[in-house]
Design a protein around this ligand. Structure first.
Ligand code: FAD
Length: 327
């Protein structure tokens, strides 16, 4: 069977890995890179310093049995490792208290997880699917310019809920339910320093601030580049400001970082900023996946269950179980 999967984040990558042994699978990804919100950005400063930032997901948990089983060989290969730097809760005053967190990361960057699942599978990068139309042979995909991207027996979208609604045809039975899903925005500030800053933590969960999480990205295992910080906005603070001037948001986040920690963003050798329109899930769908078996159309993603990496995997795995039982 010819199957198209739209989106190469962890949900799409998990579905692709599960279907590829028995089907002809093609993954379409609008970005240049793989892994969606688990991606890693690598940059060189004007001075030649090399920096890497996991600018989406910072870490993941491994709670479910299936996720643990899928990751076991990757742990053996060192692709999944424990991030055991100290974690803290940080109050709005900047005061910190230790926090117990069992955090895992992919190595050498978060991207490595989806990449390893997609090993040997056809991924067509820089193809943004804009339409899924029925024709005599099945579902015909088209990109933003209307160019034909092929015809498939089944289509699985693995993209945020609002984007799923935009491209799924109206005869996709679960479509009306997707409107109830609410996702929140985020902003990410990335800072690379030529000299390490001495901090007593690898990650800080911030309360009562425009900031939500401060990560010493270079404290994660397997990172070989320079000292790097990833500063995430608080999702509830970011959401109403998603269309604000990015320079204004960047300045607020830098000032807040200085107020909380004393870290001077202006001293960074490299600085970068990213806006996420759909980052976290406030209201999930409450069903592990969406299916229209009669049409051969399916939708998966973290937003079905919870805005976490493990939920993206669980959503895809639940769909795989459903399809394996049918086929
Ligand atoms: C800033 C931030 C911090 C986070 N922190 C954490 C954390 O610490 N721990 C945790 O567990 N989770 C965290 N998350 C959430 C986690 O990243 C997600 O739950 C998970 O990565 C979602 O995977 P997914 O496959 O469902 O979706 P995505 O990763 O969003 O994948 C969707 C993919 O589809 C592509 N795409 C979209 N539309 C199209 C189209 N029309 N055509 C082709 N391709 C398309 C996108 O480019 C993307 O690659 C964070 C997310 C963000 C943004």
């Amino acid at each position: 069977m010819k199957i198209a999967i739209i989106g190469s984040g962890l949900a799409g990558a998990t579905a692709a890995a599960g279907l590829a042994p028995r089907h002809d699978v093609t993954v379409f990804e609008k970005s240049r890179g793989t892994a969606g919100r688990m991606c890693t950005r690598r940059r060189q400063s004007a001075e030649g310093g090399e920096y890497a930032f996991d600018h989406g997901a910072q870490y993941f948990t491994i709670r479910g049995e299936k996720f643990a089983r899928a990751l076991a060989p990757l742990k053996d290969q060192g692709i999944v490792q424990r991030w055991d730097a100290p974690m803290v809760d940080m109050a709005a005053t900047g005061a910190t208290a230790p926090r117990q967190t069992e955090a895992y990361v992919a190595c050498p960057g978060m991207t490595a997880l989806a990449k390893s699942f997609l090993d040997g599978i056809t991924v067509r990068h820089e193809v943004e699917i804009a339409a899924i139309r029925r024709d005599q042979q099945g579902w015909r995909l088209a990109d933003k310019s209307g160019h034909d991207k092929g015809c498939f027996d089944r289509v699985i979208t693995a993209i945020p809920a609002a984007q799923t609604m935009a491209i799924m045809p109206d005869d996709f039975a679960p479509k009306p339910r997707l409107g109830a899903v609410k996702m929140l925005a985020c902003f990410t500030l990335m800072l690379g320093y030529d000299k390490p800053i001495d901090l007593p933590y690898g990650g800080a969960f911030v309360e009562g601030s425009p900031l939500g999480f401060i990560a010493v990205n270079s404290s994660k295992p397997g990172r070989k580049s320079g000292f790097s910080l990833v500063v995430q906005a608080n999702n509830s603070w970011a959401e109403p400001r998603v269309e604000h001037d990015p320079d204004e948001i960047n300045t607020i986040m830098r000032d807040e970082l200085a107020r909380l920690t004393g870290i001077d963003a202006a001293a960074a050798q490299l600085s970068s900023f990213h806006r996420w329109r759909y980052a976290a899930t406030e209201t999930p769908l409450g069903e592990a996946f969406c299916s229209d078996d009669a049409a051969g159309l399916y939708a998966i993603g973290d937003w079905c269950l919870k805005g976490r990496v493990e939920a993206a995997f669980d959503s895809a795995t639940a769909l795989l179980d459903h399809l394996h039982a049918r086929d």
